[in-house]
Structure formats: C-alpha cells, structure tokens
Design a protein around this ligand. Structure first.
Ligand code: PMP
Ligand code: GLN
Length: 389
C-alpha cells in the first residue's frame, strides 16, 4: 500500500484528547484540556437559540454573517484602535483552528519557511508541513520564557514567509512585551514576511494589562492576520466559532482556502457571537478579573503542596515544575501518574515541542474551573503527594 501524507500519518492523537480520556477513565479532576466548566453568558446562548428556531438555518455567506463581521471590525476598533473594513478585511471560520489552517494554506507555498516559537500550540506544525512548508523553531527558555533575540533573528532567512505568534501564549501563559513585539516587527520588515497572530486569549490578560496586538505596531497592519476565538472570549469552546481580521489582500486569499475547508460556520452560532462581541467593556474586564482570581487560587494551592510555578500573565494555564515533588518521572509519565494515582489530570509541556530534547520537568494545569473544583484538585494533590512522599 502506498504511504499516506506524512504530515498526518505519523501523528498521535492530540495530548488534550489523550489526557481528557485518561481523566474520564480514572475519574480524575480534569485540569488538562483547556475548557471552562461553566458556559458563557446566557444572553449569547439565547441569541443563538432564537436564531436556531427562527432562522436563518441555510448556508450563510461564505465569509460569515454580516452582523458578526461588523462586530469583529467594531471589536478591533474599540479595543485596539485597529481599523478593518468588515466586508473585505474580516472572515468567520469554524474555530480559530480553521482560521489558522486557512491562513497557513493561503500564505505558504511549498519550500517556504515558517518561524514558530516553542513551546507551541499543537496544530501549527502539522499544517505548515501539510502546506509543503518548513517550520523553523525558536525556543523560549523556562522559567521566564524570554524571547532570545539572536536566535529569533537567526531563524529568519530569505525563505521566511511568515512567523506564527501566539500571545497570550499557550501553554506558557506568557504575554509578549512591547519590546519583544518591536523586535519581531523589525524582522518582519527586514525579511518582508507576514505574521499569523494567534490571539485567541486576547481578553485573558491579567494585572489590568491590556492585550497588545502586533498588528497595532507601526507598519504591521499590512503584514499581520489576527485570529480570535469565541470559544475563549465567551467560554463557549464547543461552538468552534473563530474570526480573522487583516488587510484585504491577505484575507481575500484566506477566504479562498476557507471556502474549501468548511465554506461556512453555523449561522445561529455566528449571530450569538455577534451579540457577545457587542457586550459592554465590563464583560471583558470581568472575564479577565475572574480568571485572574482563579489563576491566583490554583497557583497558591500548587505552591502550598510543594510545586514551583512559572510566571503566567494571561491564558487559561499555569505551569508547574515537578522536580522534587512526587516521583522522579519525565513530564508525560508524571501526568499519567498524577491522573491515575492522585486523580488530577494535567498536560505535559513536552507535548508542545516539535524538536527533540524538550524540557521534561514541566506540566500545565488549566485554571478556568469552578473554585470548588480547583480546591478539590489541590486537596487531592495535597493528600496524594503526602502519601507518595
Ligand atoms: N490557538 C490556541 C493557542 C489555542 O489554545 C486554541 C485552543 N483551543 C486554539 C488556537 C483553537 O481555538 P478554537 O477552539 O477556536 O479552534
Ligand atoms: N486549546 C486547548 C488546550 O490547550 C484544547 C484544544 C483541543 O482540545 N484541541 O488545552
């Protein structure tokens, strides 16, 4: 039999699915896969439910229902002062995953290079490879996850077509600084490259700090595609509604890829998300403040049971250093042990690396859970680690 596409044939199932299944098997509290355990605002769900009953229920416009595209453009103007024409510079997709896939397929040609920053979200590299392009990793070093300027510059070459930038970043919770974004902008300019900006955690930034899109820097609007997700912004991860904004010259071609990936996204859900994006500022600040309190709660609990935690300024996730706490195991085995024996699921950070030799002492916990769930997880850790000691 002929071999299948190596971009996919050699892959395992995503670590999120694997750990969630293991959590179910062992009755563990699931702090692995990133999803909130409380659904997002009722009014958004009601708007979608009404649209399911009243319609429209047939194919919506390929680029998305106008109400949502207008809401995306208004959102980008309100929060970042970015001016996009809703009709030609926004696009609705089935989740950020489809947005990223469509953008990578649209921008990359075989032989192009795509700079990616490790640790990285798991869908980037297979899609880059499926497009025939070559991922070029730059590695951030724990515990502070600083961007190494020299290594980043060295990763850019004449074949660099784009950089994938994820800020706030999964799994680290890093929020790229203005200085780091400036450095990236200089390299994009010098190499005439694009940036695919995965900003799904844009509203989950802590300490009152706002999100800074790369597209807002001088000269970057024309080079950047921004990706957002209603899953994260409205705690509705199962809806898989994503959106992109960028210059018409780029979005037009991304739409060509989108038309053959999914073509459209359920119209009722789009109508619900349009209502969400129009919410008052207080919704967005409340979301960040609520998650910040959860970060603090879980982080304090993890520290109290002996873990060192790494800095986290945004996203759903806190990373713990497992060295010296419980058995001496590499991160993936440690997560299996933690799930099966202690009853708390986490995700090994080594799963977020494409190259050999990832760090093996870090595990990621998700904190977008009810307080009592976080407390119960910490209590299981406290008891289990005491017994294991
Ligand atoms: N990018 C990052 C960094 C993510 O963490 C996720 C999480 N699910 C996605 C993209 C995909 O988002 P969606 O569920 O909207 O496809
Ligand atoms: N983004 C989520 C995480 O990092 C999970 C997404 C998925 O399960 N594909 O946990």
């Amino acid at each position: 039999m002929k071999s299948l596409n190596p971009a996919f044939a050699g892959l395992g199932t995503t670590i999120f699915t694997v750990m969630s299944a293991l959590a179910v098997e062992h009755g563990a509290i699931n702090l692995g896969q990133g999803f909130p355990d409380e659904d997002g605002p009722l009014d958004i769900r009601e708007a979608a439910a009404r649209a399911l009953i009243d319609g429209p229920n047939q194919y919506p416009p390929m680029a998305g229902v106008p109400a949502l595209r207008q809401a995306v453009a208004a959102h980008d103007r309100r929060f970042y002062g970015l001016d996009y024409d809703w009709a030609s510079e926004t696009l609705v997709t089935s989740g950020a995953t489809e947005a990223l896939t469509a953008a990578l397929f649209a921008l990359l040609s075989p032989g192009d290079e795509a700079v990616v920053i490790e640790p990285l979200y798991d869908c980037y590299v297979p899609i880059i490879r499926a497009a025939g392009a070559v991922p070029v990793p730059v590695r951030l070093q724990p515990p502070d996850w600083r961007l190494p300027a020299g290594e980043l510059a060295a990763a850019f070459g004449p074949r660099t077509k784009l950089l994938v930038l994820n800020t706030p970043m999964n799994p680290t919770g890093k929020v790229f600084t203005a200085a780091e974004l400036g450095l990236i902008a200089d390299l994009l300019r010098a190499r005439d490259a694009y940036a695919l900006c995965d900003e799904v955690y844009e509203h989950l930034v802590f300490s009152g700090a706002g999100h800074l899109p790369l597209a807002g820097l001088d000269g970057m609007r024309e080079r950047c595609i921004r990706v957002g997700s209603a899953g994260k912004t409205f705690s509705l991860t199962g809806w898989k509604v994503g959106y992109l904004s960028g210059p018409a010259a780029l979005i037009g071609t991304v739409a060509k890829a989108h038309q053959f990936l999914t073509f459209t996204t359920p119209p009722g859900l789009q109508i619900g998300v349009a209502a969400g994006l129009a919410k008052d500022d207080s919704y967005f600040t409340g979301l960040a403040a609520g998650l910040e309190a959860k970060r603090d709660r879980l982080r304090a609990g993890l520290r109290a049971v002996g873990f060192q935690t790494l800095p986290v300024d945004g996203s759903y996730f806190v990373t713990a250093d497992v060295r010296g706490v419980g058995p001496d195991l590499p991160d993936d085995d440690y997560c299996r042990w933690l799930t099966a024996t202690i009853g708390v699921a986490a995700v090994p950070v080594s799963a977020f690396y494409m190259a050999d030799d990832p760090p093996r002492h870090l595990i990621r916990f998700c904190f977008c859970k009810r307080d009592e769930v976080l407390d119960a997880a910490v209590e299981r850790l406290r008891r289990g680690l005491q017994t294991a000691a």
